[in-house]
Ligand binder design. Sequence first.
Ligand SMILES: Nc1ncnc2c1ncn2[C@@H]1O[C@H](COP(=O)(O)OP(=O)(O)OP(=O)(O)O)[C@@H](O)[C@H]1O
Ligand SMILES: [Mg+2]
Length: 244
Amino acid sequence: MRPDEGTRIMNYAFTEMLNNAIDHSGGSRATVEVWANGSEIAARVGDDGCGVFARVREGFGLASDLEAAAELTKGKRTTWAARHTGEGIFFTSKVVTLFRISANELRLSIDNDRDDYALGTSPVHVGTIVEMRLALPPARTLRSVFEEFTDDDLRFSRSRPRIELFATGLTFVSRSEARRVLTGMTGFDDIDVDFAGVDDVGQGFVDELMRVWPSQNPGIRIHPINMNDAVAFMVARAERAIRS
Ligand SMILES: Nc1ncnc2c1ncn2[C@@H]1O[C@H](COP(=O)(O)OP(=O)(O)OP(=O)(O)O)[C@@H](O)[C@H]1O
Ligand SMILES: [Mg+2]
């Protein structure tokens, strides 16, 4: 019997997160829970290792665990490139209805029905806990999510970093903030820069993102998405400057 789409999605999500605990946590125990009723399938995978945000922070030499959380929205950010590609969290977090990953006293929550990303505090200070819920019937299929971010050869070619998670101050003004968003992104052909939740951006940030970085990385296309009027105005200005 072919498994239905909900089972297929949760098989994928659960396997990816358990493999992460085994391969990356450095811990000695994993705990898994799965439950289901007619309206949802939920799963929880926990380990007693170093915590996902600390692992990513150390692996990439980042300044904080908060920066590590933002980094996970890029995809292809693996700390073990010889054996991994950095796909698990990216695709899993986009295909389930609710994805929450807690570690190092931080929690990244992604609600795909509301397109809501939130970074907050968590009591989890040992290991990593991943909680996933899939409302039935699933709103997305595994195939549709893979197709969104892969090219005709099924290569993971498109990314969608969530800018609001990269905030250090109140707004995005500086070139260095834009460079942080784009670090490690040269393996993609297309980058959807997701401005949801961002109120305002500065000229330096936009110029770096839309003109300077693309000119240094020819062939990679930047697509700003989910802009409010203020952000759209600054982006349009930068685009005019490129053409003139
Ligand atoms: N349970 C965990 N404990 C510690 N670090 C983790 C854990 N899960 C993920 N990570 C860190 O997050 C990174 C990204 O995980 P992700 O699953 O997206 O990619 P990957 O496992 O490296 O590659 P792939 O999933 O394609 O095999 C990992 O490289 C690792 O540094
Ligand atoms: Mg993985």
